[in-house]
Design a protein around this ligand. Sequence first.
Ligand code: ZN
Length: 272
Amino acid sequence: MAYTIDKTYALASKEGASQKASNNYLILHSTANLGASAKNNASYEKRTWNNAYVHFIAGDGIVYEVGTPGYVAWGAGPKVNGLSPVQIEMEESADVDKQRRIYNTYIELARDMAKKYGIPLTLDTGGNGVKTHNWVSQNLGGTDHSDPYGALKRIGVDKAQLANDIANGAGSSVATKPTPSAPSKPAPSSGINWIAQNGVFTLHQNLLLTSDATGNGPLIATIRKGQSVKYDAYAYSGGYVWIRQPRGNGYGYMATGNAKGTKRLDYWGSFK
Ligand SMILES: [Zn+2]
């Protein structure tokens, strides 16, 4: 864990909801308050909890806890608050580099908390999983917000990228440091059943090329929509169909769609 959790503004036991939440969803928000620090947002929610609050506000390498994780918070409307043990706000900054670090903190926290509460690392799909406030508005109702997509757009993160990062992780969440570059010797993705097949995958959306197919490897590059990747094998792993790209110093790995077991559910590009 590279971020710090600060509990200065955590609600007291007599403040906020006292019911435990069911472990169905983890809700992603954005503060919609450009330039206001995570700390200021947390202090505001501590003062106005009887209006609305979430569990965590993610900042630049630091996270402020407001609501008690595992218990209901009032952040995403009556349809989901009782089903969401963790709701996270992302601080919004006009400084793009800082926003990226905040984003990395947000993603790392979301992944850690989803794992802690047994919530699948899927984004905005049916069933349990990580959901944006936007998804709640569009699919369940009871609320009309569309965050965090507007804020994510400012750093070039679309829904597909967010889904990838929730599944696989983003860069370092350490404050004021750039994201680490890929190592020269990528770790092998052993233990995965690779099926040999040579082909070319052309992306229909921006996707990540990472140094393993477990979802935890460092990023090699973001490959853009319309570009192609040559591969020599594919595999089903962790809810995705992966391809393996031979590189000068090993392999790069890319998720090309969702899978259930060995059944592909969708395509994020086309194969030749
Ligand atoms: Zn929201």
